[in-house]
Design a protein around this ligand. Sequence first.
Ligand code: TRP
Ligand code: SF4
Length: 342
Amino acid sequence: MSPLGAPGAGERQRVLSGFRPTGPMHIGHLVGALDNWIRLQDTHECFFAICDWHALTSEYADTSPIRGYVLDMALDWLAAGLDPDRCTIFVQSQVPEHAELHLLLSMIVPIAWLERVPTYKEQQQQMAHRDLTNYGFLGYPVLQAADILIYRAERVPVGEDQIAHLELCREIARRFNSLYGEVFPEPQALTTRVPRVPGTDGRKMSKSYGNAVNLGDPLPETRQKILRMVTDPARKTRKDAGNPDVCPVYDLHKAFSDRETLDLVNTECRRAGFGCIDCKNHLLRHLEPVLQPIQERRARLQIDRDAVRAILAEGARRARAEAALTMKRVRAAMKIDSGLPG
Ligand code: TRP
Ligand code: SF4
């Protein structure tokens, strides 16, 4: 270890990522994030956070669903293949040190930096039915920076939509280091090329659009959703030729089907050789074997909720040990570690 606790050569780089527990995980999360996290477990020292405080920033008025979403999220992660022996899975609110770091960082973050974050105004507009003029919502990226910096994480696997938050996190780290001395490494985004995953209505898959295929959906429901999914609108009848390049079903094929099937779809769709139902059945033939083992694991875990709670408790214990180390350094650097004699 270097004096700052950054890993030296040969040690695994540290990764942190997280999600807000505001609803069920869907197949877009699987190919967009979870598959990548599962691979990272073997190459990096990984921390994955269920960020319930972040959920509160917009869901503060009715907090009752959050608890259930937290447990569901843990189930989905474990069922998808995160392995608590190879990574640390924890709930943000079980590591209260995040709140202390958030507070201290808030002293050095200009409000203008936060108002400039593109997601701030965007989300306020998108969620116009919510009052998002609260202080906590403005501070969302500061809390996210605390999540990352408290583990001195070097790599943060995130989607495109989170790049601005990560850039802000780096600015906060730089500002902290220049004011108080080098404590934090500047974390880097780890973006992987991910396939576009449209929802059943053709828009980006999102729980707020009601167009998602959830990991926990029973397979007959998944089948129904796919069979009803919108296709190339120009292909009105079985006899019309279609164009896979403008069809959201083809995007799902690209995420889940093999090369051979992609070629088949390309040929048969364009010459009206098969119908959209045939095409969707080919997709389901690839999608179902991905979902089935996840659902089997999920069902087993669901019976043993205490085991899941124990995994989260152990995760929080490991996370707290690291977070406490960082906080010692942070307090010392900021000279807020006087304590009273006694
Ligand atoms: N803001 C992220 C999202 O909406 C969730 C998140 C919270 C996060 N803390 C994080 C992501 C830290 C990466 C690192 O998905
Ligand atoms: Fe889309 Fe497949 Fe129908 Fe072509 S055949 S329009 S790719 S669903």
